[in-house]
Design a protein around this ligand. Structure first.
Ligand code: KIV
Ligand code: ZN
Length: 523
């Protein structure tokens, strides 16, 4: 029998989290994150929305096939095509779940769906039945449940359970609820829905008012037993409830909640860092649990108290969430064995060939910078799991800049056919000049929408990581590029080429016969 006080952690970083503007990941990265989430101990992992695109379908299928130790879930709207496609992606999973959703609030029924209450119930029932015919584990979500009339919500939830839903999720889709009110919805459902005990009640809260974690915890107090959440609180708009905050609140305040999870909390920090590196979305410094300052004590009076007795100012130990005491890991003389072990500890799975090239990159970096930290290693590893083919690659570059010269860049780039070409451009600054020169060589025109540089670690010899986003007007899409180097000009060029390669890859996929780029340009 399931433990009545155990909260199931349903992670949706790869589905709702990936819907965050700028958070998209490629499929290799998604599988890597999925493995790390399974290692973290999440009970259910929502891998994606298979009908959304071929890429989403493939990501869910790859995760279902390759990742074990957790239930792999795929999202579907309440229609036959979505459900069948979700199952096609999930069918080889060790344990699979189909998650079907349909909006129920009056606003959605009237303006979006143009359906009556009866039609909504009929569609939900049909869909849950269809999903149950394929898979034993089916979750139903009445989208915008928190704004749905409680009598109707009770009817829909009861009908979905009768049709075979094993979990009923109550989303606060727009982050409108408040803790007491949301807990009231869960309490009312438990009182009104006669068959409610046949399903697990789940909560799914968005953070528009900054209440997602508080709402989720309030719901747990009154009987919810599954929480849907994301690493670092990623998600649509202001995000979803942050997994690390939910888990550590339940753990640290076990005296109050009396509830447990199966999360290996010492994996929280490495997984948070992995997700942040892969998505390029940095974690705010003062973010609870995983922010850089979460365990830093600055005030003298606090430091004094900490030295006398840690519990004066510390309610959790950094080790409990996996914050390393020091993350200096490797130096110039470290060998492959130490590197391999560190990679695993950081939650990554690389094959021997990848370890070999990583080792070469590591040695090159260790030559440039005395101390190689975990963060340095993570950005190097990232390079190895980006699955964008290097159609165009940087051979060398030269820039001139200063207060009294016109910034100029010369780039030397290997074309997809192997030929090395050279071109030059002037710009507002050296980086702008590089981007213009790359555009001249590749013939790929795009607008720079975002450009950010961050120091991977502290110190003058730190690597700078450049992440940028290019927008291609003709097809209204954006493409991300990221690269790190101890030279930020070089990192900028690599990141730009990375995004150009993503554009080329996409065009090749969409138009396989088209010749990409500007053959002969800049030769
Ligand atoms: O926020 C929401 O309502 C959702 C559903 C698909 C569960 O993400
Ligand atoms: Zn959501």
């Amino acid at each position: 029998m399931a433990d009545a006080n155990r909260i199931r952690i349903f992670d949706t970083t790869l589905r709702d989290g990936e819907q965050s503007p700028g958070a998209s990941m490629n499929n290799v990265e998604k599988v890597e994150v999925a493995r790390a989430l399974a290692g973290l101990g999440v009970d259910i992992l929502e891998a994606g929305f298979p009908i959304a695109s071929q890429g989403d379908f493939e990501a869910v299928r790859a995760i279902a096939t390759e990742v074990t130790g957790t239930v792999v879930c795929g999202l579907a709207r309440c229609n036959a095509r979505d459900i069948d496609r979700a199952w096609e992606a999930l069918r080889f999973a060790q344990r699979a779940r189909i998650h079907v959703f349909l909006a129920t609030s009056a606003i959605h029924r009237e303006h979006k769906l143009k359906m009556t209450r009866a039609q909504v119930i009929e569609r939900a029932v049909e869909s849950v039945r269809r999903a149950r015919a394929l898979c034993d584990d089916v979750e139903f979500s009445p989208e915008d449940a928190a704004r749905t009339e409680i009598d109707f919500l009770s009817d829909v939830v009861g009908a979905a359970i009768d049709a075979g839903a094993t979990t009923v999720n109550i989303p606060d889709t727009v982050g409108y609820a408040t803790p007491t009110q949301y807990a009231g919805v869960i309490r009312a459902l438990r009182a009104r829905v006669p068959n409610i005990d046949r399903a697990v009640i789940s909560v799914h809260c968005h953070n528009d008012l900054g209440l997602a974690v508080a709402n989720s915890l309030a719901a747990c107090e009154v009987g919810a037993r599954q929480v849907e959440c994301t690493i670092n609180g990623l998600g649509e708009r202001a995000g979803n409830a942050a997994l690390e905050e939910i888990v550590m609140a339940l753990k640290t305040r076990f005296d109050y909640y009396g509830l447990t999870t199966g999360i290996r909390t010492e994996r929280l920090y490495p997984v948070s860092r992995m997700v942040s590196t892969i998505t390029g979305l940095t974690v705010q410094r003062n973010k609870a649990i995983v922010g850089r300052n979460a365990f830093a004590h600055e005030a003298g009076i606090h430091q004094d108290g900490m030295l006398k007795e840690r519990s004066t100012y510390e309610i959790m130990r950094p080790e409990e969430v996996g914050v390393p005491r020091t993350d200096l890991v490797l130096g110039k003389h470290s060998g492959r064995h130490a590197l391999r072990e560190r990679v695993v500890e950081l939650g990554y799975h690389l094959n021997e060939a990848q370890i070999e090239t990583l080792f070469e990159d590591f040695k090159a970096l260790a030559d440039k910078k005395k101390e190689v930290y975990d963060e340095d290693l993570v950005v190097l590893i990232e390079k190895h799991i980006q699955d964008v083919p290097a159609h165009w690659s940087l051979v060398s570059l030269h820039t001139t800049a200063g207060s009294s010269v016109i910034p100029t860049a010369t780039v030397c780039i290997r074309r997809p056919d192997g030929q090395v070409v050279r071109d030059a451009a002037i710009g507002d600054g050296p980086v702008d000049a590089i981007f213009k020169a790359v555009e001249r060589v590749t013939g790929v025109a795009a607008n720079l929408r975002e450009f950010a540089v961050r120091g991977v670690t502290a110190g003058k010899d730190a690597q700078g990581e450049v992440s940028l986003e290019l927008e291609v007007e003709s097809d209204d899409r954006t493409f991300r590029g990221r690269a790190a180097s101890t030279d930020i000009i070089e990192a900028s060029a690599e990141a730009y080429l990375n995004a150009v390669n993503a554009i080329v890859t996409r065009r090749e996929r969409d138009h396989p016969r088209e010749v990409i780029g500007r053959p002969g340009a800049g030769a």
